[in-house]
Design a protein around this ligand. Structure first.
Ligand code: GLC
Length: 677
């Protein structure tokens, strides 16, 4: 049986809860005491300690009793206390104004439900948030005990009842700016806006809102913290030496992942990360002077078009690795709950389906382009993020008996995916000429035109557009269909992750350089090229008035893509290109009030329905500036070619006899010399 419950109440400051599609459960002091005593009753093994402070802020308490440590499944042990749905309430600790240097929460026994490891870290140097928020809730087999406060002498002192301890000072760290000397006025303005976008939960920073556009009457979901949008914010903070917000975000979203979600009568898979979450302050128990904070995730059940955000989990893994690399704090990724989070995401991605390819099969709009744009199937963006997340996971997964098979599956998938993408998604002059002369209707395992592509499909714009120099990965590949549009994010991420070979990666930047006016234009960077027009626009977008030609997702220009361009350029030794693009953006972004996107063929106008003060525009700009200033830090965020992946790939091809060049020698040398490099 899995049992567990959490409470969180404060009468003055809001407390914290995570909700998911059901009525919030209301607690009062007496119910808490009731729950506590019942919890103790149900828990014969573990003791519970309940902390109550005097002064205005009344309650700091928790109960936690998880006998089966499956963090996906936390139920209240007594159905009288809640509806039959599982629920989890994390609690907020806010007990006054004296700030301890460290508050230590120590699990009685920390235990991994998979391997009994004790990597749940109760490091006294950890900031308070994750100790309280996650460790108390999800991983410790036994309740956490509020031990005391570490004094300046390093001694743990018992917190006396009624003393004031204020744990919500992390925000102050965010304004103690470490590298904000020597900044241009524009950068200073950007930092101010980025800090203004920070969202707190229980007094701790956990993310940034998508946009802070005061003029906009309809916030829609732009007042939420989007997983993908937070990545550049996170990098800006990390590069500026501010790690708490990122750690909090990773742990907060991890908790959301564990949540049960439903769309009408259907529950999507466990492991899914939400597209976004919103922190709301709601009155507690109908009272006028007591509030609690709830964190409300959206897994696509409210999103326009109801699409599941496939990219969220992939970004989460990528950010987790970046956090370790940039802070040197690897203990976060080693934590049991975090390892479980990685595994759940991978499980979702690696589950066998009907697919014949190593690429991920997804619906339209399941990534940055989150509405219908004809990218269902195997879109490049998802494949490159998938590849990156697999590489991150291979670095971060702790290998033990439980994970051994998973790690092997990750390695195999990396090899198969890199071969697939390099071989079938790449186009340049030579390849297009080959396609132009393809024979069709081939039936055999040795077919050259494996996907039965009819040459007539080569669009006329491409014939003129493709340059002698360079090439790119196409947007999508399906039977009898190649989507020849150039999608910027996927191509940049192919470079960053080394999904492409060195030659291919250089080729992408050569193409961008050669087609500067089309891809960079007056505002970097075009999300895809070219736009869908006329009948194609009507059928493919479903007549979407926001996605008209050269606007929004349909060929609009998105300044947030600047940081990924910068990273790719630094990796390939082309910082000059990035600098040129950043200079261009810097001239306009601040004057234009940091728009979400620009319209027209070369990004001349601020987007028709573009939000202003869009956070990932601001953060993307700041991150680009910092990456250019610190290329050595940038190098922690990209990958070089991994010959083990290639080696496996050649061996797999040999075993199956597949590929156009089967029966090659299974050796590193063979891998290097194969077409792939
Ligand atoms: C739009 C974008 C999406 C982004 C969201 C919030 O829907 O398409 O990628 O996450 O806005 O900024």
């Amino acid at each position: 049986m899995t049992t567990g419950s959490y409470i969180g109440i404060s009468t003055m400051k809001p407390c914290c809860r995570i909700i998911s599609g059901f009525s919030p459960i209301k607690f009062t002091d007496s119910t808490i005491m009731g729950i506590l005593s019942r919890s103790c009753y149900h828990s014969s093994i573990h003791s519970h300690r309940y902390y109550k402070c005097s002064n205005n802020t009344k309650i700091v308490g928790y109960i936690h009793d998880v006998t089966s440590l499956n963090r996906r499944d936390f139920s209240v042990i007594d159905s009288n206390w809640a509806q039959s749905r599982n629920f989890s309430t994390s609690f907020c600790v806010n007990i006054g104004s004296v700030r301890p240097r460290v508050v230590s929460l120590i699990p009685n026994v920390a235990s991994d439900f998979r391997n009994e490891s004790t990597s749940v870290d109760s490091n006294v140097n950890d900031k308070s948030f994750e100790n309280i928020y996650i460790q108390s809730g999800l991983i410790a087999k036994n309740p956490l005990v509020f031990e005391g406060i570490e004094t300046d002498q390093g001694k743990l002192e018992e917190v006396p009842d009624g003393s004031n301890v204020n744990l919500d000072d992390n925000l102050n760290d965010l304004s103690e700016n470490k590298a904000e000397r020597e900044l241009s006025e524009i950068e200073k303005e950007a930092w101010k806006l980025l800090r203004g976008a920070v969202v707190t939960y229980c007094g701790n920073p956990v993310g940034t809102v998508a946009a802070n556009d005061s003029a906009e009457k309809q916030p829609l979901n732009y007042d939420q913290v989007f997983i993908r949008d937070f990545v550049p914010s996170a990098l800006a903070f990390l590069l500026n030496g501010e790690e708490d917000i990122v750690k909090n975000f990773l742990l907060h979203t991890l908790q959301l992942q564990s949540w049960e979600k439903t769309v009408d009568c259907y529950s999507p898979g466990q492991g899914l990360m939400p597209a976004s979450f919103k922190v709301r302050t709601v009155p507690l128990d109908g009272s006028n002077d007591a509030f609690e904070e709830v964190s409300d995730p959206d897994f696509g059940e409210s999103a326009i078009g109801r699409v599941a955000p496939v990219d969220s989990g992939l970004w989460w893994i990528i950010l987790l690795r970046a956090y370790g690399k940039l802070t040197g704090d690897y203990s976060l990724q080693e934590r049991v709950d975090v390892q479980t989070g990685i595994r759940l995401i991978l499980k979702l991605c690696l589950t066998d389906g009907f697919d014949m390819f190593p690429s991920l099969l997804v619906t339209d709009g399941s990534c940055m382009i989150d509405r219908r744009m004809g990218i269902h199937g195997h879109p490049l963006e998802i494949q490159t993020l998938f590849y990156s997340a697999l590489r991150c996971s291979r670095e971060m997964l702790i290998v033990n008996d439980t994970t051994r098979n998973l790690v092997a599956a990750v390695s195999n998938r990396l090899s198969a995916l890199s071969f697939h993408m390099r071989e079938y998604y790449w186009v340049d002059m030579k390849k297009i000429n080959e396609i132009y002369r393809y024979k069709t209707e081939e039936y055999s395992t040795d077919a050259v035109n494996k996907f039965n592509i009819y040459p007539e499909q080569i669009p006329s714009w491409l014939v003129d557009w493709i340059s002698e120099e360079g090439g790119y990965f196409i947007g999508n590949l399906q039977p009898a269909h190649m989507d020849f549009r150039f999608f910027t994010l996927g191509n940049l991420w192919a470079i960053v992750s080394s999904l492409g070979t060195t030659r291919q990666n250089e080729g992408i930047l050569n193409l961008i350089d050669a087609k500067w006016d089309d891809i960079i234009g007056q505002m970097p960077l075009k999300i895809c090229y070219p736009a869908l027009e006329g009948e194609e626009w009507r059928i493919i977008t479903g007549c979407d008035p926001k996605n008209t030609p050269w606007s929004y997702h349909n060929g609009g220009s998105w300044p947030t893509l600047l940081w990924q361009f910068t990273l790719a350029c630094i990796k390939m030794g082309r910082s000059d290109l990035a600098q040129k693009a950043v200079d261009l953006a810097e001239k306009r972004l601040c004057i234009d009030k940091w728009p979400e996107y620009y319209d027209t063929r070369n990004g001349k106008f601020i987007g028709k329905q573009s939000r202003l003060t869009q956070t990932w525009t601001i953060a993307g700009f700041l991150t680009s500036k910092m990456l250019l200033k610190n290329p050595e830090k940038a190098s922690l965020l990209f990958w070089e070619e991994d010959f083990e992946i290639l080696h496996n790939c050649v061996c797999m091809l040999n075993k199956t006899g597949g590929g156009s060049s089967s029966r090659r020698k299974c050796s590193r040398f063979a891998a290097r010399s194969k077409v792939l490099v």
